[in-house]
Write a new protein. Sequence first.
Length: 372
Amino acid sequence: MQKLEPWIAEISEQSLDLSDKAFASEAVRRIEADYARSADTHLIKLELPCLAAAGIDLYLKDESTHPSGSLKHRLARSLFLYGLCNGWVKRGKPVVEASSGSTAISEAYFARLVGLPFIAVAPKSTARAKIEAIEFLGGRVHLTEPTEIYADARRIAVQTGGHYMDQFTFAERATDWRGNNNIAESLFSQMRLERHPAPAWVVVSAGTGGTSSTIGRYIRYRPAELGGTRLCVVDPENSVFYDYFRTGDAGLRLACGSRIEGIGRPQVEPSFIPSVIDRMIRVPDVASLATMHWLESVLARKCGASTGTNLYGALMLADEMIRKGERGSIVTLICDGGERYLSTYYNPDWLAEKGFDLAPHLHALREFVGRC
Protein backbone atom coordinates (compact mmCIF):
# COMPACT_ATOMS: atom_id res chain seq x y z
CA MET A 1 0.00 0.00 0.00
CA GLN A 2 1.30 3.42 -0.93
CA LYS A 3 1.98 5.57 2.08
CA LEU A 4 0.23 8.95 2.02
CA GLU A 5 2.43 11.97 2.40
CA PRO A 6 1.34 13.98 5.44
CA TRP A 7 -0.46 17.30 4.99
CA ILE A 8 -1.05 17.10 1.26
CA ALA A 9 -3.57 19.80 0.36
CA GLU A 10 -4.00 22.93 -1.65
CA ILE A 11 -3.49 26.07 0.37
CA SER A 12 -4.45 29.58 -0.65
CA GLU A 13 -3.58 32.34 1.76
CA GLN A 14 -4.69 35.93 1.47
CA SER A 15 -1.92 38.45 1.63
CA LEU A 16 -2.95 40.45 4.68
CA ASP A 17 -1.42 43.79 5.50
CA LEU A 18 -0.85 43.48 9.24
CA SER A 19 -0.99 47.24 9.56
CA ASP A 20 -4.57 47.11 8.18
CA LYS A 21 -5.48 44.47 10.76
CA ALA A 22 -3.92 46.50 13.54
CA PHE A 23 -5.78 49.58 12.34
CA ALA A 24 -9.10 47.70 12.31
CA SER A 25 -8.51 46.37 15.82
CA GLU A 26 -7.74 49.83 17.16
CA ALA A 27 -10.68 51.37 15.29
CA VAL A 28 -13.09 48.80 16.76
CA ARG A 29 -11.66 49.48 20.22
CA ARG A 30 -12.22 53.23 19.81
CA ILE A 31 -15.81 52.76 18.65
CA GLU A 32 -16.60 50.38 21.49
CA ALA A 33 -14.99 52.75 24.00
CA ASP A 34 -17.09 55.60 22.62
CA TYR A 35 -20.21 53.47 23.09
CA ALA A 36 -19.21 52.64 26.67
CA ARG A 37 -19.03 56.38 27.41
CA SER A 38 -22.52 56.99 26.05
CA ALA A 39 -25.84 56.93 27.91
CA ASP A 40 -29.06 55.58 26.45
CA THR A 41 -31.49 57.98 24.82
CA HIS A 42 -34.45 59.10 26.92
CA LEU A 43 -38.01 57.88 26.44
CA ILE A 44 -40.25 60.94 26.83
CA LYS A 45 -43.87 60.50 27.85
CA LEU A 46 -45.90 63.10 25.98
CA GLU A 47 -48.35 64.48 28.52
CA LEU A 48 -51.64 64.84 26.66
CA PRO A 49 -54.53 64.68 29.16
CA CYS A 50 -57.10 63.85 26.49
CA LEU A 51 -55.20 60.71 25.49
CA ALA A 52 -54.39 59.69 29.05
CA ALA A 53 -58.07 59.94 30.00
CA ALA A 54 -58.88 57.55 27.15
CA GLY A 55 -56.29 55.06 28.43
CA ILE A 56 -53.71 55.84 25.76
CA ASP A 57 -50.10 56.79 26.54
CA LEU A 58 -47.86 58.33 23.88
CA TYR A 59 -44.06 58.19 24.04
CA LEU A 60 -41.21 59.73 22.04
CA LYS A 61 -37.79 58.06 22.16
CA ASP A 62 -35.38 60.97 21.85
CA GLU A 63 -32.71 59.89 19.37
CA SER A 64 -31.58 63.50 18.88
CA THR A 65 -29.42 63.26 22.01
CA HIS A 66 -26.78 61.01 20.44
CA PRO A 67 -23.32 62.63 20.13
CA SER A 68 -23.86 63.20 16.39
CA GLY A 69 -27.39 64.49 16.93
CA SER A 70 -29.72 61.95 15.37
CA LEU A 71 -31.11 58.44 15.16
CA LYS A 72 -28.51 57.76 12.45
CA HIS A 73 -25.76 57.61 15.09
CA ARG A 74 -26.76 54.01 15.82
CA LEU A 75 -26.68 53.11 12.12
CA ALA A 76 -23.32 54.78 11.51
CA ARG A 77 -21.74 52.92 14.42
CA SER A 78 -23.09 49.61 13.11
CA LEU A 79 -21.94 50.34 9.55
CA PHE A 80 -18.41 51.20 10.66
CA LEU A 81 -18.14 48.06 12.77
CA TYR A 82 -19.56 46.00 9.91
CA GLY A 83 -17.13 47.50 7.40
CA LEU A 84 -14.12 47.17 9.69
CA CYS A 85 -14.85 43.58 10.68
CA ASN A 86 -15.44 42.60 7.04
CA GLY A 87 -12.08 44.09 6.08
CA TRP A 88 -13.66 46.70 3.81
CA VAL A 89 -12.75 49.84 5.74
CA LYS A 90 -8.99 50.22 5.56
CA ARG A 91 -6.27 52.36 7.06
CA GLY A 92 -5.86 55.71 5.32
CA LYS A 93 -8.61 55.08 2.74
CA PRO A 94 -11.67 57.35 2.50
CA VAL A 95 -15.12 56.29 3.58
CA VAL A 96 -17.79 57.49 1.13
CA GLU A 97 -21.53 57.64 1.79
CA ALA A 98 -24.68 58.68 -0.06
CA SER A 99 -26.90 60.52 2.39
CA SER A 100 -29.44 63.31 2.77
CA GLY A 101 -27.34 64.60 5.64
CA SER A 102 -27.98 62.98 9.01
CA THR A 103 -26.26 59.65 8.30
CA ALA A 104 -23.36 61.56 6.77
CA ILE A 105 -22.99 63.65 9.93
CA SER A 106 -22.93 60.50 12.05
CA GLU A 107 -20.47 58.74 9.74
CA ALA A 108 -18.25 61.83 9.74
CA TYR A 109 -18.25 61.58 13.54
CA PHE A 110 -17.01 57.98 13.45
CA ALA A 111 -14.57 58.62 10.61
CA ARG A 112 -12.93 61.32 12.71
CA LEU A 113 -12.99 59.01 15.75
CA VAL A 114 -10.97 56.33 13.92
CA GLY A 115 -8.84 58.75 11.86
CA LEU A 116 -10.19 58.26 8.33
CA PRO A 117 -11.10 60.72 5.56
CA PHE A 118 -14.82 61.00 4.90
CA ILE A 119 -16.74 62.13 1.80
CA ALA A 120 -20.51 62.66 1.87
CA VAL A 121 -22.52 62.63 -1.36
CA ALA A 122 -25.71 64.56 -0.63
CA PRO A 123 -28.64 66.10 -2.53
CA LYS A 124 -28.32 69.76 -3.47
CA SER A 125 -31.36 70.46 -1.30
CA THR A 126 -29.60 69.35 1.89
CA ALA A 127 -29.90 71.90 4.69
CA ARG A 128 -26.86 74.16 4.97
CA ALA A 129 -26.59 73.42 8.69
CA LYS A 130 -26.12 69.71 7.91
CA ILE A 131 -23.38 70.46 5.39
CA GLU A 132 -21.61 72.63 7.95
CA ALA A 133 -21.90 69.87 10.56
CA ILE A 134 -20.26 67.36 8.21
CA GLU A 135 -17.46 69.79 7.44
CA PHE A 136 -16.99 70.64 11.12
CA LEU A 137 -16.35 66.94 11.77
CA GLY A 138 -13.68 66.90 9.06
CA GLY A 139 -15.73 65.53 6.19
CA ARG A 140 -16.05 66.74 2.61
CA VAL A 141 -19.40 67.19 0.88
CA HIS A 142 -20.19 66.51 -2.78
CA LEU A 143 -23.62 67.90 -3.75
CA THR A 144 -25.61 66.40 -6.61
CA GLU A 145 -29.17 65.66 -7.76
CA PRO A 146 -31.15 63.45 -5.34
CA THR A 147 -31.39 60.59 -7.84
CA GLU A 148 -27.64 60.71 -8.57
CA ILE A 149 -26.26 60.27 -5.05
CA TYR A 150 -25.84 56.49 -5.40
CA ALA A 151 -23.91 56.54 -8.67
CA ASP A 152 -21.78 59.50 -7.61
CA ALA A 153 -20.88 57.84 -4.30
CA ARG A 154 -19.81 54.63 -6.06
CA ARG A 155 -17.76 56.59 -8.60
CA ILE A 156 -15.99 58.67 -5.94
CA ALA A 157 -15.20 55.55 -3.90
CA VAL A 158 -13.57 53.93 -6.95
CA GLN A 159 -11.67 57.08 -7.90
CA THR A 160 -10.28 57.58 -4.39
CA GLY A 161 -9.64 53.92 -3.59
CA GLY A 162 -12.05 54.25 -0.69
CA HIS A 163 -15.02 52.26 0.56
CA TYR A 164 -18.63 53.11 -0.31
CA MET A 165 -20.46 52.40 2.95
CA ASP A 166 -23.85 52.05 1.17
CA GLN A 167 -26.26 52.50 4.06
CA PHE A 168 -29.23 51.73 1.84
CA THR A 169 -28.02 48.18 1.21
CA PHE A 170 -26.37 47.33 4.51
CA ALA A 171 -28.52 49.07 7.14
CA GLU A 172 -30.71 46.03 7.80
CA ARG A 173 -27.82 43.58 8.08
CA ALA A 174 -25.18 45.69 9.85
CA THR A 175 -27.37 46.07 12.94
CA ASP A 176 -27.63 43.11 15.31
CA TRP A 177 -31.42 43.10 15.67
CA ARG A 178 -31.32 40.28 18.26
CA GLY A 179 -28.66 41.96 20.39
CA ASN A 180 -28.71 44.28 23.37
CA ASN A 181 -27.38 47.40 21.67
CA ASN A 182 -30.10 48.13 19.15
CA ILE A 183 -32.97 50.60 19.24
CA ALA A 184 -35.64 47.92 19.59
CA GLU A 185 -34.18 46.31 22.70
CA SER A 186 -33.59 49.74 24.22
CA LEU A 187 -37.12 50.97 23.50
CA PHE A 188 -38.95 47.92 24.83
CA SER A 189 -36.71 47.70 27.90
CA GLN A 190 -37.50 51.31 28.77
CA MET A 191 -41.23 50.55 28.55
CA ARG A 192 -41.18 47.69 31.03
CA LEU A 193 -42.47 49.69 34.06
CA GLU A 194 -45.09 51.71 32.18
CA ARG A 195 -48.88 51.36 32.47
CA HIS A 196 -48.97 49.57 29.10
CA PRO A 197 -45.46 48.04 28.82
CA ALA A 198 -46.03 46.25 25.50
CA PRO A 199 -46.95 48.99 23.01
CA ALA A 200 -50.03 48.60 20.87
CA TRP A 201 -48.11 50.38 18.11
CA VAL A 202 -44.56 51.42 17.34
CA VAL A 203 -44.45 54.13 14.67
CA VAL A 204 -41.33 54.90 12.63
CA SER A 205 -40.48 56.44 9.28
CA ALA A 206 -38.11 54.92 6.73
CA GLY A 207 -34.99 56.32 5.12
CA THR A 208 -32.94 53.20 4.53
CA GLY A 209 -35.50 50.93 6.15
CA GLY A 210 -32.98 49.79 8.74
CA THR A 211 -34.89 51.01 11.79
CA SER A 212 -38.20 49.47 10.72
CA SER A 213 -36.42 46.21 9.89
CA THR A 214 -34.72 46.08 13.29
CA ILE A 215 -37.89 46.84 15.24
CA GLY A 216 -40.12 44.60 13.12
CA ARG A 217 -37.77 41.65 13.45
CA TYR A 218 -37.35 42.18 17.19
CA ILE A 219 -41.12 42.19 17.72
CA ARG A 220 -41.31 38.80 16.01
CA TYR A 221 -38.28 37.59 17.98
CA ARG A 222 -40.05 38.30 21.30
CA PRO A 223 -43.59 36.94 20.77
CA ALA A 224 -44.18 36.17 24.45
CA GLU A 225 -43.77 39.82 25.47
CA LEU A 226 -44.63 41.60 22.22
CA GLY A 227 -47.20 39.38 20.54
CA GLY A 228 -49.76 42.19 20.48
CA THR A 229 -47.39 44.92 19.32
CA ARG A 230 -47.72 46.14 15.74
CA LEU A 231 -45.34 48.19 13.61
CA CYS A 232 -46.57 51.13 11.53
CA VAL A 233 -44.25 52.83 9.05
CA VAL A 234 -45.11 56.37 7.94
CA ASP A 235 -43.96 57.64 4.56
CA PRO A 236 -43.79 61.20 3.18
CA GLU A 237 -44.74 62.41 -0.28
CA ASN A 238 -42.28 61.71 -3.14
CA SER A 239 -41.33 58.32 -1.73
CA VAL A 240 -41.93 54.84 -3.14
CA PHE A 241 -42.05 52.87 0.12
CA TYR A 242 -45.81 53.19 0.65
CA ASP A 243 -46.63 52.07 -2.89
CA TYR A 244 -44.07 49.25 -2.69
CA PHE A 245 -45.70 48.01 0.53
CA ARG A 246 -49.12 48.17 -1.17
CA THR A 247 -48.22 46.66 -4.57
CA GLY A 248 -44.99 44.71 -4.12
CA ASP A 249 -43.51 46.40 -7.20
CA ALA A 250 -39.76 46.65 -6.49
CA GLY A 251 -39.17 48.53 -9.75
CA LEU A 252 -40.87 51.73 -8.60
CA ARG A 253 -38.92 54.92 -9.36
CA LEU A 254 -39.54 58.63 -8.87
CA ALA A 255 -37.84 61.51 -10.63
CA CYS A 256 -37.67 63.69 -7.52
CA GLY A 257 -36.79 63.10 -3.89
CA SER A 258 -38.59 63.59 -0.59
CA ARG A 259 -38.93 67.08 0.87
CA ILE A 260 -38.80 65.65 4.40
CA GLU A 261 -35.07 65.27 4.94
CA GLY A 262 -33.85 61.89 6.11
CA ILE A 263 -36.89 59.82 5.15
CA GLY A 264 -38.57 58.63 1.97
CA ARG A 265 -36.71 57.39 -1.08
CA PRO A 266 -37.19 57.73 -4.87
CA GLN A 267 -36.48 54.00 -5.32
CA VAL A 268 -36.97 50.83 -3.31
CA GLU A 269 -33.97 50.22 -1.05
CA PRO A 270 -32.61 46.75 -0.20
CA SER A 271 -32.84 47.39 3.56
CA PHE A 272 -36.57 48.12 3.45
CA ILE A 273 -38.35 44.87 4.39
CA PRO A 274 -42.15 45.16 4.02
CA SER A 275 -42.84 41.70 5.46
CA VAL A 276 -42.03 42.88 9.02
CA ILE A 277 -44.41 45.87 8.77
CA ASP A 278 -48.08 45.67 9.82
CA ARG A 279 -49.33 48.96 8.38
CA MET A 280 -48.13 51.96 6.40
CA ILE A 281 -49.51 55.50 6.33
CA ARG A 282 -48.68 58.11 3.71
CA VAL A 283 -48.39 61.47 5.49
CA PRO A 284 -48.76 64.74 3.53
CA ASP A 285 -45.66 66.90 3.86
CA VAL A 286 -47.68 69.86 5.11
CA ALA A 287 -49.03 67.65 7.92
CA SER A 288 -45.49 66.60 8.87
CA LEU A 289 -44.37 70.22 9.07
CA ALA A 290 -47.44 71.35 10.99
CA THR A 291 -47.01 68.53 13.51
CA MET A 292 -43.33 69.43 13.93
CA HIS A 293 -44.32 73.02 14.76
CA TRP A 294 -47.13 71.88 17.07
CA LEU A 295 -44.72 69.62 18.95
CA GLU A 296 -42.50 72.61 19.71
CA SER A 297 -45.42 74.15 21.62
CA VAL A 298 -45.68 70.96 23.71
CA LEU A 299 -42.00 70.18 24.33
CA ALA A 300 -40.61 73.74 24.21
CA ARG A 301 -37.92 72.55 21.80
CA LYS A 302 -37.49 72.14 18.07
CA CYS A 303 -37.43 68.78 16.31
CA GLY A 304 -36.91 67.83 12.67
CA ALA A 305 -39.64 67.28 10.10
CA SER A 306 -39.30 63.48 10.12
CA THR A 307 -40.30 63.61 13.78
CA GLY A 308 -43.42 65.46 12.64
CA THR A 309 -44.14 62.64 10.19
CA ASN A 310 -43.73 60.06 12.96
CA LEU A 311 -45.91 61.93 15.43
CA TYR A 312 -48.67 62.63 12.91
CA GLY A 313 -48.93 58.89 12.27
CA ALA A 314 -48.93 58.17 16.00
CA LEU A 315 -51.75 60.67 16.59
CA MET A 316 -53.77 59.12 13.75
CA LEU A 317 -53.45 55.73 15.44
CA ALA A 318 -54.37 57.23 18.82
CA ASP A 319 -57.52 58.69 17.27
CA GLU A 320 -58.36 55.29 15.79
CA MET A 321 -57.85 53.59 19.16
CA ILE A 322 -60.11 56.12 20.88
CA ARG A 323 -62.88 55.55 18.33
CA LYS A 324 -62.58 51.78 18.82
CA GLY A 325 -62.51 52.07 22.62
CA GLU A 326 -59.02 50.55 22.80
CA ARG A 327 -56.42 51.27 25.47
CA GLY A 328 -52.65 50.97 25.22
CA SER A 329 -49.40 52.74 24.46
CA ILE A 330 -47.92 54.12 21.26
CA VAL A 331 -44.19 54.73 20.86
CA THR A 332 -42.48 56.77 18.16
CA LEU A 333 -39.15 58.54 17.67
CA ILE A 334 -37.61 61.99 17.76
CA CYS A 335 -35.21 61.47 14.86
CA ASP A 336 -33.17 64.68 15.14
CA GLY A 337 -33.28 68.21 16.49
CA GLY A 338 -34.73 71.18 14.66
CA GLU A 339 -31.65 73.40 14.86
CA ARG A 340 -30.49 71.99 11.53
CA TYR A 341 -33.62 73.32 9.82
CA LEU A 342 -33.85 76.92 11.01
CA SER A 343 -33.36 78.22 7.47
CA THR A 344 -35.96 75.87 5.97
CA TYR A 345 -38.72 74.17 7.96
CA TYR A 346 -38.67 76.83 10.71
CA ASN A 347 -38.35 79.76 8.30
CA PRO A 348 -41.74 81.36 7.44
CA ASP A 349 -40.37 82.75 4.17
CA TRP A 350 -39.14 79.32 3.08
CA LEU A 351 -42.50 77.74 3.95
CA ALA A 352 -44.37 80.40 1.96
CA GLU A 353 -42.02 80.04 -1.01
CA LYS A 354 -42.64 76.27 -1.07
CA GLY A 355 -46.40 76.76 -0.78
CA PHE A 356 -46.87 75.27 2.69
CA ASP A 357 -49.83 76.70 4.62
CA LEU A 358 -49.59 75.15 8.07
CA ALA A 359 -52.49 77.03 9.67
CA PRO A 360 -55.34 74.58 8.85
CA HIS A 361 -53.32 71.59 10.04
CA LEU A 362 -52.17 73.33 13.21
CA HIS A 363 -55.79 74.18 13.97
CA ALA A 364 -56.83 70.56 13.41
CA LEU A 365 -54.07 69.28 15.71
CA ARG A 366 -55.00 71.69 18.49
CA GLU A 367 -58.65 70.80 18.10
CA PHE A 368 -57.89 67.08 18.29
CA VAL A 369 -55.80 67.25 21.46
CA GLY A 370 -58.37 69.58 22.97
CA ARG A 371 -61.37 67.31 22.40
CA CYS A 372 -60.07 63.74 22.31
